[in-house]
Design a protein around this ligand. Structure first.
Ligand SMILES: NC(=O)c1ccc[n+]([C@@H]2O[C@H](COP(=O)([O-])OP(=O)(O)OC[C@H]3O[C@@H](n4cnc5c(N)ncnc54)[C@H](O)[C@@H]3O)[C@@H](O)[C@H]2O)c1
Length: 446
């Protein structure tokens, strides 16, 4: 934000704000600039009582963000580790109901909706049980732990008539919404390629989370944790660093590619790729983990009504000296867009209808004068207004609004499964060393 303020000062337009898409602030000596605004207010007519199931890092952030909206009350929290239940009481009051058994939360008549922030291997079952108990659901990404779980959850959601959204919050950001608009307007021409990248270089970034001193079978309900997967003796690493193990987590692709798929599918209207392959390796974090720390996925998007065929390349590196680099880039026949949740950099090359380099070379060879100059691309930066509350706030806002008004959400379980499936199939491709064919319309393996 500081940088943007400096920039606005530099080009002498301090205080001027324009709605995204309606105007572009031009400068003769700097990059043109536009400000993205979230204009609409969310409906707050009825109070929604929420409960949190899985009160760890993200679940707690979800609950805090949801409570920033008016008319929301947290009445219960569930977690399998004692310390997190104590923390929930500290955060939300001694009088909230706490338990290690999520079914006790679901049987409460004062709970309208639940946020599910457990490890991935519980997403499907808790979502199904919550919908069946008549609760609205906000379930963290990826929606499911394996491909086989998708249809059952979708069917339950359809029968329930409740609102369910999946927690890849980027799709609710003004950045993603503007990118969708720009692509539809033809700002980058016809999309033919997209790429995404996620770089980290720290123990925390690579999932080596701290283990609480009191971690033991007395404070953790281990039996319940593994009740739907392989039976093993208590292992605090498997509980607190669950992302490293396949019984509970979904690897780099389930954790991070799924965000990129969600944004890409939202922006393009795509239902997903029809062919998937992945490579990778465990290069550095050899701490007993079962999943790679470097992964590259390649995806074939077919020619469909929503878009022409294109290719996608996604990469993730947990041993990356450029740590912190994350992007999603859409490339088309006229230019490209680097899309973030709060910023878009649009570059266009419209003047160069032919390939200037090749044309120049040809002219040189034919002795018809000097080679043509390659024009630098035009660039426009779209950035959010000061005080934008963020994608996460908006994502909860859309969910709450749908609960109150009976409206739908963009990231419903069908969308959520179509984003999770190619991410999960990356793991299958990597471990089974094969290309995987997927039917994104019917959401089935071919
Ligand atoms: N949207 C995002 O940007 C984002 C960011 C981080 C994590 N996530 C997702 O959030 C989820 C949680 O990740 P985290 O980093 O918060 O993990 P975490 O380990 O901090 O928290 C998970 C919690 O779930 C609890 N839990 C597990 N099984 C349970 C069960 N059956 N009943 C009740 N509680 C149970 C654990 O005790 C733990 O406290 C994951 O699915 C992850 O992919 C999303």
């Amino acid at each position: 934000m500081g940088k943007r303020r400096d920039f606005i000062k530099k080009i002498g337009i301090a205080g001027a704000a324009v709605a995204a898409g309606s105007n572009t602030l031009m400068s003769s000596n700097s990059t043109p600039f536009a400000i993205l605004k979230r204009d609409r207010l969310f409906n707050t007519d009825e109070t929604v009582n929420i409960a949190l199931i899985g009160a760890g890092g993200m679940g707690s952030e979800d609950a805090k963000t949801c409570l920033k909206h008016d008319g929301v009350k947290l009445v219960a929290a569930c977690d399998l580790y004692e310390g997190r239940l104590e923390k929930a009481k500290e955060e939300w009051g001694e009088d909230i109901f706490v338990t290690k058994d999520y079914t006790e939360v679901l049987s409460r008549s004062d709970v309208d909706a639940v946020i599910i922030g457990t490890s991935d291997h519980w997403h499907k079952q808790i979502s199904i049980d919550a919908l069946s108990a008549g609760k609205h659901v906000y379930c963290e990404k990826p929606m499911v732990h394996s491909i086989e779980e998708g249809q059952e959850l979708i069917n339950t959601w359809k029968k329930s008539g409740k609102v369910m959204t999946v927690g890849a919050q980027g799709t609710s950001s003004v950045g993603n919404e503007k990118a969708k608009e720009l692509l539809a307007e033809g700002a980058i021409g016809k999309l033919n390629f997209a790429e995404g990248f996620w770089a980290r270089n720290s123990p925390g970034g690579a999932w080596q989370y701290p283990i609480p001193d009191d971690a033991s079978e007395d404070t953790v309900d281990w039996k319940r944790y593994i009740s739907n997967t392989t039976q093993r003796p208590f292992d605090k690493l498997r509980f607190f660093r669950w992302r490293n193990y396949r019984d509970y987590g979904t690897g780099m692709s389930g954790d991070l590619f799924v965000h990129l798929f969600s944004s890409l599918h939202f922006i393009t209207g795509s239902k997903g790729p029809n062919q998937i392959c992945a490579h990778g390796g465990l290069r550095f974090w050899k701490d007993g983990r079962e999943v790679p720390d470097v992964m590259i996925g390649m995806f074939q998007y077919p020619d469909v009504e929503e878009h022409a065929g294109f290719n996608l390349s996604l990469r993730c590196n947990f041993v990356d000296g450029t740590s912190g680099t994350t992007y999603l880039r859409l490339v088309g026949s006229k230019g490209s867009m680097d899309v973030q949740w709060d910023k878009i950099v649009l570059k266009t090359n419209e003047e160069q209808s032919a390939d200037a380099f090749l044309e120049g070379k040809l002219e040189d060879q034919m002795d018809q004068g000097p080679r043509k100059k390659i024009l630098p691309p035009n660039e426009i930066i779209y950035e959010v207004e000061e005080g934008y509350k963020g994608a996460h706030y908006d994502h909860h806002g859309y969910w709450l609004e749908a609960i109150r008004t009976g409206d739908s959400v963009a990231q419903d379980p069908v969308f959520g499964f179509r984003a999770a499936a190619p991410a999960l199939l990356c793991n299958d491709s990597y471990f089974e060393k094969k290309f995987i064919n997927w039917d994104p319309v019917n959401m089935k393996l071919i």
